[in-house]
Design a protein around this ligand. Structure first.
Ligand code: CTP
Ligand code: CA
Length: 224
């Protein structure tokens, strides 16, 4: 009965979730990317759908099938992800940026495959747009904005700083040094940081972690 009741608690939410890595091509056969399986973002999307939300999922290249009942948009680069997000951001109630966006892209794309040279190769990189920061700068009052961050040390301090600097309601911190958490595993242990404080969840499946994150978002949206 409880689960039936809970099943529809996101009924009135229109949500946008980003997942997976981005890929920044260097030449026709090479790219720069980040480690990210997309599993956490897909779990957040499936969970939101199960709890009644209208869900749009924008994902970088991952080995995961489209979850049923969800609009899935597949992109490759950070620039493509940014365009897909900004095109759809205005009428969203919740945006969760769980994607591992590449911070840098090659300054130039080489039309032809780069050949081996005796002297090695120096790459010129330029910064990608920070999608989450842009969203935080132009937020409308009914939006709840959620970021993710993976840190190898001082994760609560770093989380607080990103929460403030990106103007977020919630940030989900992954400790990337644990072997049972983070990349390409089924379980996750995260710390949720909002304006009120921080809570570390137990080691859980990504599905259960997703439910906790949605519970927190519902609680934040109910605050006066
Ligand atoms: N993010 C984004 N666009 C980028 C880089 C990051 O939207 N170009 C988002 C991520 O999706 C994540 C959040 O910002 O939700 C935090 O990403 P993270 O890599 O931890 O922070 P950065 O601001 O990129 O700082 P740094 O990598 O130097 O720690
Ligand atoms: Ca980054």
């Amino acid at each position: 009965l409880l689960s039936l009741f809970q099943a529809a608690d996101l009924r009135d939410y229109k949500v946008l979730i980003t997942a997976g890595p981005t890929r920044e091509p260097l030449d026709p056969v090479r790219f720069l990317s980040n480690r990210s399986s997309g599993k956490m973002g897909f779990a957040l999307a499936r969970t939101a759908r199960r709890r009644g939300a209208d869900v749009t999922l924008i994902t970088g290249p991952v080995h995961l099938a489209d979850p049923p009942g969800i609009e899935v948009i597949r992109v490759t680069t950070a620039v493509e992800m940014a365009r897909a997000v900004f095109d759809r951001a205005t009428d969203m109630d919740v945006i969760i940026k769980s994607a591992a966006v590449a911070d840098f892209k090659p300054q130039a794309y080489e039309e032809h495959k780069i050949k081996k040279k005796e002297t090695g190769l120096r790459l010129e990189l330029v910064k990608n747009v920070d999608i989450l920061q842009k969203l935080g700068q132009n937020r409308h009052p009914h939006l709840t904005l959620v970021g993710f961050a993976a840190e190898s040390h001082r994760h609560v301090e770093e989380g607080r700083r990103k929460l403030r600097e990106k103007n977020l309601d919630l940030i989900v911190m992954n400790d990337i040094l644990g072997s049972t958490t983070g990349f390409d595993v089924e379980t996750n242990q995260v710390t949720l940081i909002d304006q009120q404080g921080s809570t570390t969840l137990p080691l859980l499946s990504k599905e259960k972690t997703a439910d906790h994150i949605w519970d927190k978002i519902v609680a934040i949206r109910r605050q006066p």
